[in-house]
Design a protein around this ligand. Sequence first.
Ligand code: ZN
Length: 1071
Amino acid sequence: MQVSRAAGPPFAGPPGSGPAPSSAIRAPQGPPPGARPFPGSPPPPSQPSPPFARPGAPLQQQSPPQFGGPPPAMASQPQRPGFGGLPSGPPPQVQRAPFGGPPSGVSPQAPPFGGPPAAVASRSAPLSGPPAAASYQPAPPAAVPQRSPFGGPPAAASAQPPPIGGGPFTAAQAPPFGGPPGSVPQTAPTGGLRPFGGPSAPSQQVQFGAPPPFGGPSAVQPGAQPPPFGASQSQAPPFMGPAGGNVPPSFAPPMWQGQGAVPGGMQPSMRMPVMPGGMPPNALGQGMSHASTPTMPYSPHAQVSTPSKIDPNQIPRPVQETSVIIFETRQGGQAAIPPAASSEFIVKDTGNCNPRLMRCTMNQIPCTGDLLTTSGMPLALLVQPFALPHPSEEPIQLVDFGEMGPIRCSRCKAYINPFMKFIDQGKHFICNLCGFSNDTPREYFCHLGPDGRRRDADERPELCRGSVEFVATKEFLVRDPMPAVYFFLIDVSMNAVNTGATAAACSAISQALSDLPEGPRTMVGIGTFDSAIHFYSLRRAQQQPLMLIVPDIQDVYTPLQTDLILPISECHENLEQLLESIPVMFENNRIADSAFGAAMKASFLAMKSTGGKLLVFQSVLPSVGIGSLSAREAEGRSNTSTGDKEAHKLLQPVDKTLKTMAQEFAEYQVCVDVFLSTQSYVDIASISVVPNTTGGRVYYYYPFSALSDPAKLYNDLRWNISRPQGFEAVMRVRCSQGLQVQDYFGNFCKRVPTDIDLPVIDSDKAIMVTFKHDDKLQENSECAFQCALLYTTVFGQRRIRVINLSLSCTNMLSSLFRYADLETQFTYVVKQAANGIPSLPLSQVRDQVTSTCINILQSYRKYCASVSSSGQLILPEALKLLPLYTLALTKSVGLRNDGRLDDRSYWVSIVSSVSVLLAIPLVFPRMIALHDLTSRDDDDSLVPSPLTLNSENIHDDGIYLLENGEDGFIYVGNSVNPLTLEQIFGVSSLAGLPNQLVLEPFDNELSRKVNEVVNEIRRQRCSYLRLRLCKKGDPSGDFFRSLLVEDKAPGGLSYVEFLVHVHRQIQSKMT
Ligand SMILES: [Zn+2]
């Protein structure tokens, strides 16, 4: 290893300000690369797309056309007369847009994530199947080990190409997982499909303490199929009602039904999806919930809800449908109500977008701000532009308008979509967002048919699909699309090395290199740091990597411009060699300080000309150099004695240094992910600002275990770089006149009010957009939302993904409740709470959360329920789980009093970008029994029905898994059968259980099933759960019990008590 100590910037120009060459290049355009062109404001014509000459030889060697190889057909497609029909034989320009399409060799159904595509594809069908699907596909036990593409037992893993590098962790412990749902091709389950979007029962009030609300929820609409979808938490059936015996569900048992609770909770007819506005006859017969004529499930037996009268078995709990739902996004000219985010569904885009990509807190939009305020409900969209599709869904289609570019409204710049109305024989079209009448470009003209639609409407994706992608024209480029750049930065300070964190990082990177996008545009670089920064030149001509040290950590610079980041094809071997030697090189490092901020800044300077992903592996509190931090935790402890009045300030970044740095990173399209493998406080509140501002995230391994955590670290990294994602993105949401965007929430940088900048946007990230009224919307009209995301694929194509949602407007409060989307609304509440944590005392945040719930329910009680029900707690059917989720939120890691500062900051940081799908389990975890997996016969799904989250379900002879999408806590009772311990853990007594759990596959049925369940959950959550052991009788066991949301806890009420509390609050507000 050659080491050269650079004394100062090796080239002209002040350190830190960027090398002269590259700044000169950028000089002509003020705006940084990628900052500009955004939908909405095409760059002034006077600003020609600048030739973005790249500094440095390696970059110049890349000729744009060679990018990872999108079908060349695309660029050359002239304007297409007919976009070829849709599903049948995707035309060349129809391709899997999101991730720029895998390299041609890869099956279009197998996006490049997770496992080696080929291996996964070959056996994926049975296993990637949703639980429900599985139940319709008899899977012989023998096939089981093959089911899970990841984390499977060794046999299964060995069948796949071993992960590169064959790290010590992957084989024996937790094998790599093949990636989340949707990652693998899957045949649509044929047997279990249920149509979705059909009519449904009207909104229902749910009451407790009263007998069955209505006579026969079993009255299924004629023609309607049985419970199409399920049981979403939002649309779940009334928990009471006719005995289940009368109306047995005609399908597999619900996944989410708590055991021992709610007999007969399943009411097929109640799970009907609803069509707004157009009510099916029967539904009307059941009484639509108008404000004036509420459907009171009144019964003479209605009782006042007092604590003594509440039957804990009769209160609302989630019930999960196990059937797969087919959901058409529009039916009969109207928006259909999407299935619950947590249910399994296959979407047919018939005009509105796939709800995975964008869904609203309410499926009908209030005409006025007053009505919205009265409802107490939020109006917001949750947008997840790269959400993984179901494998059976048609990919988003790509449309190339050639040089003309996508058709847009000339006033508001909205993109052409199915709701723009063509008039005057097709010569003009009215914008559905601003109402402006545009001339139809001559090249785009088409005659109208007898139905008033363009004759070509069904052949053009942009006129019949809710989601579509456009090839970006030059006006959207300020430079050539950036290459895919990955820079790895590793903490090699004393503690990082001693705890094994450095070795784990090196091993993970080494193994993950093969998962980087293929092609000449994939580039890598690497650095290490302690109290100084070390860069490495990986030129293959050199025998050994050359180390270059940057000692100045206040005013940093990069030592070289050209050799620090190279195409991976030119340095793969050198890089692997280096990764192997780093832990040895720093084995005896005695430097305890860590210059985290300076190292990031220096790496940024190396990446500044291209942008890219900066992946930082940090292990200790950053103690020196720019952006250094102090151990505020100790300060926090002393503060708690004075009450928690000021404690929240420790959850704010300590100063603006890192934020300012992060904004600069974002400006130059650098996204930072931070992997924290630590044993101590690292001030996540300050550190998380960097990933949260640049489109990245924090990963947290605390306390880091060199035994059990490397597998997770590797899988997290692998998923991070291989999941669908886009670079240098800019996003804007538009809406109909009458509404305006109020704010955006998520991991991005915002420099102008209307757009957000996302150096990277990936399939796991969601952005919340809130709205407010600035005028009235017309009843019976539709309110449109359009999200436009301009981005560069990992293969270097510039695209515009456009996502449309058009919803009915209403003046009726009852309709708002009826079409409320529980999961989306609750996700809003969770994000608002996370937002408030750093600025308010925790007790106030909890009060706000509870007030939100009470205000919504009170509005319903006051305006939509009948007077005679004053003694009952009346819950709108769609929101009946709101109290339970609200209670869970007040007890969550983020809001409970006893959490560590870093744990709370971590929670806040991940909530910032969490999707609807993962927000619910994060707060309301899933618990299942593991000890009896071999004897269960409730259904065929891999993961058994969850248990109600109360301690009545915990027995001393049982073993339970509770998971929230991040962690999996395995609780072991104190009188578990030794044989069971032996089968699952390979030990014969409680005393023999290791503290650091590595779940190994053993050769017995129970062990196989436990591993299957864990792997299936990891797949569902797109997350490699971190498993932790909790034993009865020690603090870990107590912690586990504190996660049982329904129990009374030191910091909170029991579920029954909370319902009583809510009821009393509503009553007192009513009088
Ligand atoms: Zn317009």
